[in-house]
Design a protein around this ligand. Structure first.
Ligand code: 5GP
Ligand code: MG
Ligand code: MG
Length: 188
């Protein structure tokens, strides 16, 4: 789906499809070098990071394994609840594994800080992070990101996996919604 298909609800495009692809290629080239011979396990948190892990893993020049986890941090609104619970766990034993978490976006950083701690607690050999998007202005918890994508302003974005109320995940670029789309929705 493209912005033109939902133009009534989109304020503006933030990152184009080509921009996303070129950034992912750039990061994947570096990560391929860093992880060569290490058989890394890429982990994405569902559902938002699905597009990112798909594109990123295909852009790598080394073999990797993939796994997924479903966590609750956001409801249908635009604010983090701050509480993390596991809805669906990994199917891989992470003990001794080199893990690269592939994230769509870091906002407060709470979800990710929790996940890094959890994977280390389970005995991972190393845990690093690739975040396609980061909102520095919103960061509350310190997390060490190894591979950076784009820094974005403090605006709620959708597309390339990111949703508003389960919509817009299949948009092929990253965009800012018109405020009226979520105004009056105070769910946290
Ligand atoms: P954090 O724990 O860092 O505050 O929130 C992380 C999660 O919140 C992200 O993985 C994503 O699912 C959601 N999130 C944070 N900011 C945005 C945003 O601007 N748009 C969308 N669609 N989701 C966001
Ligand atoms: Mg995420
Ligand atoms: Mg969401």
């Amino acid at each position: 789906m493209q912005i033109a298909d939902v133009q009534d609800e989109i304020d503006h495009e933030l990152i184009s499809k080509a921009g996303i692809a070129s950034k992912i290629r750039e990061v994947a080239a570096q990560a391929s070098e860093d992880y060569r011979g290490k058989n890394p396990l890429l982990i994405a948190v569902l559902k938002g990071a699905v597009n990112t892990i798909a594109a990123f893993s295909q852009a790598l020049s080394i073999p990797v394994q993939l796994d997924f986890m479903s966590l609750s941090s956001y409801g249908s609104g635009t604010e983090s609840s701050g509480t993390v619970t596991i809805r669906q766990d990994l199917s891989t034993d992470v003990r001794g594994r080199h893990i690269l978490i592939v994230e769509d976006i870091i906002d407060s950083g709470r979800t990710l800080a929790w996940l890094v701690d959890e994977l280390k607690r389970r005995g991972a050999a190393s845990v690093e992070i690739f975040a396609l998007l980061e909102k520095p202005a919103r960061r509350e918890v310190d997390v060490d990101v190894k591979y950076h994508g784009y820094e974005i302003p403090d605006e709620f974005v959708v597309g390339f996996g990111l949703d508003y109320d389960e919509r817009f995940r299949n948009l092929d670029s990253i965009a800012v919604l018109k405020p009226e789309v979520y105004q009056g929705d105070n769910q946290a």
